[in-house]
Design a protein around this ligand. Structure first.
Ligand code: ADP
Ligand code: ASP
Ligand code: MG
Length: 440
């Protein structure tokens, strides 16, 4: 059995959904098809929630009405017969009724999560209507019946496995299952989600849970590129990556994959393929245990980073100093991305500044605390990059004019990370494209 995940752009137009139906019926292998919301929908749902949180019901209503109109047109073009359209409109109307009802009740975070879930619920139901019209045998598998996260927002892989295999066993006659990416149930039983871009994570978790032959991530580009195609003009697709390399790239900003989406596949040894819905026969990227080749494969960048420096003259002799520092971050469940040390100071970076004030307050007794906000981590990723000839000299020559704040190398053999002011991110990625890959 395999997993095929289609992202927002891949289902964002009626003709794309038609293509998805073709792609999932190209072979006879049993499959779980994971869909995102239509592109743009989750952004609109975020807007609705934000307007509600601000008490601006009129603004929320405006976004709801615009979205509703978009779905009406979508259905007209997705389905051929009047009968199928009427049925689908009735299904979608229930979701818009829900959105209109929430305008009248008091808003809270749990309700916000319910709002955010509507995108994937609607896209899967509309796709199911289309498959039904086409006579393609399939079954809708509600993600909320099996995808769960614990009180630390971590997926409960054991329970996902059990629930999913029960559902599949009850429906042995079916070959195609359709389910929602992104959405889950939390420890309180409420509707929740796996964070933005989370459908990749859903796909990987499902792949791990069913021990899939492959987890295919179908998107709008022909695989992982050597650099961010939104920022750099000339980029090329990478044919093969190891799980370690892909995990580093996803974590350090390559948007094509959700930051956490590699570990389930890696842990359960499920190959991942990144494929292009618009060019289904392009090679794409294969991600397995094997890296394919040694050397730099790609660079990626992650925004919104805060650097924290703690300077203490007593640090050198004080064993236990780092433990005390790390405990503060642990207490506030804030993960550290980069760390560098000297005799008298330690610098580290975080991307979640929700508890920054509390963290600083608790660090102050240890020494002088300095902050640099609006930083970006630029990561150079590749298998055993240290073994690549002249790689470090090439790297540092290329970035001679960039005010680098931190450098981290040696934590893993697959990564060199630089911390630069966010305003230098674009320039750094462009310079590295030429300096390391020889691409303009
Ligand atoms: P989906 O909706 O299918 O999940 P995303 O928009 O989340 O698609 O991810 C695909 C996008 O990721 C691409 O269109 C591309 O702009 C962006 N991207 C950023 N970095 C990379 C990279 N290194 N390789 C490929 N795509 C990347
Ligand atoms: N629809 C969600 C988002 O836009 C999840 C996803 O597309 O992966 O973030
Ligand atoms: Mg995505």
């Amino acid at each position: 059995m395999k997993v095929m995940k289609f992202g927002g752009t891949s289902v964002g137009k009626p003709e794309r959904m038609h293509d998805v139906a073709t792609l999932i019926t190209r072979d006879n292998e049993e499959k779980i098809v994971v869909l995102s919301a239509l592109s743009g929908t989750t952004n609109s749902l975020v807007e609705i929630g934000a307007a509600m949180a601000n008490g601006d019901r009129a603004a929320a209503k405006q976004v709801i009405d615009k979205l509703d109109a978009h779905y009406q047109t979508f259905i007209s073009n997705l389905l051929a017969t009047e009968e199928a359209q009427t049925k689908c409109r009735a299904i979608i109307a229930e979701h818009f009724e829900f959105l209109n009802i929430i305008l009248k009740i008091s808003f809270n975070e749990a309700l916000n999560k319910d709002i955010l879930a509507q995108g994937e619920l609607m896209s899967t139901k509309m796709f199911s209507c289309y498959l039904e019209e086409k006579g393609i045998n399939h079954m809708l598998l509600p993600a909320l019946d099996f995808m769960t996260i614990d009180s630390y927002e971590e997926p409960q892989i054991g329970s996902i496995k059990v629930k999913l295999s029960q559902l599949l066993n009850q429906n042995k006659d079916k070959k195609i299952f359709i389910t929602q990416g992104y959405i889950s149930r939390n420890a309180r039983g409420e509707v929740d989600n796996l964070k933005r871009g989370g459908s990749d994570y859903s796909a990987s978790l499902i792949g791990a849970a069913i021990n899939a032959s492959v987890c295919e991530i179908w998107t709008d580009i022909d695989g992982m590129h050597n650099n961010d195609p939104r920022i750099v003009k000339k980029t090329v697709a990478i044919e093969q990556l190891s799980f370690d390399e892909a995990a580093e790239l996803a974590y350090f900003g390559a948007k094509i994959l959700h930051p956490a989406s590699i570990w389930p596949a890696q842990h359960y040894k499920i190959p991942v393929k990144l494929l292009n819905t618009m060019q289904p026969d392009a090679k794409g990227t294969l991600i397995t245990e094997e890296a394919g080749s040694v050397g730099v494969k790609a660079v990626a960048a992650k925004d919104g980073i805060t650097a924290i420096k703690i300077k203490s003259s007593r640090m050198l002799l004080a064993y236990g100093f780092l433990r005390k520092v790390f405990e503060v971050f642990e207490k506030y469940r804030t993960s550290i991305d980069m760390i560098t040390t000297s005799e008298v100071a330690v610098s580290l970076t975080i991307d979640n500044s929700t508890h920054l004030d509390e963290i600083i307050r608790e660090l102050e007794p240890f020494g002088t605390v300095e902050l640099d906000k609006d930083q970006a981590i630029v990561s150079i990723v590749g298998n055993e990059i240290g073994k690549t000839e002249h790689i470090l000299s090439k790297l540092f020559e290329s970035i001679a004019d960039i005010p680098v704040r931190m450098v981290s190398y040696g934590g893993s053999p697959h990564n060199v990370s630089l911390l630069v002011p966010a305003s230098y991110k674009t320039q750094t990625l462009q310079i590295l494209n030429k300096g390391i890959f020889g691409l303009d």
